[in-house]
Design a protein around this ligand. Structure first.
Ligand code: GN1
Ligand code: MG
Length: 364
């Protein structure tokens, strides 16, 4: 089927054309134009069902969460609501996705937005506030949401997968020379921090986004965050996932694809700005144990990502899109370098989060 034929399966009138919009590491995204000067545009996405095995559950989660968010925005008396929450477009038969039995697609209303503002500490503060607001609006979500990717941010599981990948790679005589002692070093970090990571289970489960980054936020013309997009991974979990994964990308002095590891480093100012924004938006929601464990998620996420990239490399690059053979190994080393820099900044990280807590009230 052509992209145009697929777009026509959804309840949209007068489609003019379908053009590729962007290509993430996971899904393929297209922009659907309709005829007429001010006609709305739509976003068509092919859902990667190798990554998301249960598309039905995933789409159900997104439907429920976006309905809840819309209701909240109305209650809060917000204006411009159509730009502050994603709206799914049903298929002609009223379903939230279309499948030809092999591939899966969904459609959303395109949200007109401005470019992401230039990088500044203020931008990271806004990013933190946006994530905090998202979680707060979902704090009274009535049920748990089952995982769209089981064990997604479960470090014990990721370590087991890395071990399996290594065993299989050896069995199939894959050349692992380039890895050096990276795998052993990751195991060492994991063993060292395991007592803290094990405590994550003490936190309450909440509805979280699970893929927090600036590129998953849309901005208005004044540089304010409109909403969070890319809701594939929205499910029940710990706030540490949204907090730690955001800092993994935002507070890295370079990006995860940079081969010049000397560019990698933890940006303490970005961390402080983000933390302030996040805490302002969640201070009435977070429990003491969540506040206590937030800093450990700053370590957990680069570790987990390094493990995931290395696992994919050893598996022959079956999960993440790559542009060259060694890319997942490079990414794994990049993330590994970030862990070292976080450890160097550890005292500063902890003393900063400490000073933002009022110990009498145990509130920020
Ligand atoms: C994937 O494709 P993207 O950038 O939204 C991955 C994240 C990783 C990220 C690393 C479902 O996200 O968990 O942190 O790549 N998403 C999934 O770049 O596996
Ligand atoms: Mg994503």
């Amino acid at each position: 089927m052509t992209n145009l034929e697929i777009a026509k399966q959804f309840k949209v009138k007068d489609i003019a054309k379908v053009k590729p919009l962007r290509s993430g590491l996971i899904n393929d995204t297209y922009l659907v134009w309709t005829k007429g000067a001010d006609a709305p545009q739509y976003v068509l996405q092919r859902i990667n069902n190798f990554v998301f095995k249960d598309v039905n559950r995933l789409q159900n989660n997104i439907s429920k969460v976006t309905k809840h968010l819309r209701k909240k925005l109305v209650e809060l008396g917000e204006t411009d609501i159509d730009r502050k929450v994603v709206t799914l477009v049903p298929t002609q038969s009223g379903k939230s996705y279309f499948t030809n039995g092999e591939k899966y697609w969904r459609m959303m209303v395109f949200i007109p937005h401005a470019e992401q503002p230039e990088m500044s500490l203020e931008l990271y503060r806004k990013g933190g506030a946006a994530i905090g607001r998202f979680e707060s609006m979902l704090a009274d979500f009535p049920t748990k949401l089952r995982p769209t990717i089981p064990h997604f941010h479960d470090i014990d599981f990721r370590m087991r997968e890395m071990k399996k990948a290594h065993t299989n790679a050896i069995k199939s005589h894959r050349d692992l020379k380039g890895i050096g002692d990276l795998r052993e070093a990751l195991v060492m970090y994991y063993d060292y921090f395991k007592p803290q990571f094990d405590r994550f289970k003490e936190m309450p489960q909440r509805i979280c986004h699970f893929d927090t980054k600036l590129s998953n936020m849309l901005f208005d013309e004044n540089g304010e965050v409109l909403c969070l997009i890319d809701l594939d991974t929205v499910m029940s979990g710990y706030v540490t996932s949204d907090y730690g994964d955001f800092l993994r990308t935002a507070a890295n002095l370079t990006n995860e694809n940079d081969r010049a590891y000397n560019h990698v480093g933890f940006n303490i100012d970005v961390f402080k700005a983000f933390h302030d924004g996040y805490i302002q938006a969640t201070k009435n929601m977070l429990t003491p144990v969540e506040k206590e464990l937030l800093p450990y998620s700053i370590l957990l996420f680069p570790l987990m990502q390094s493990v995931r990239f290395l696992t994919d490399y050893m598996n022959g690059n079956v999960y993440y899109h790559i542009n060259y053979e060694q890319q997942n190994l490079i990414r794994a080393k990049n993330q590994f370098t970030l862990i070292g820099s976080i450890i160097k900044n550890w005292e500063q990280i902890c003393s900063f989060t400490e000073t933002t807590i009022d110990h009498e009230t145990n509130q920020y």
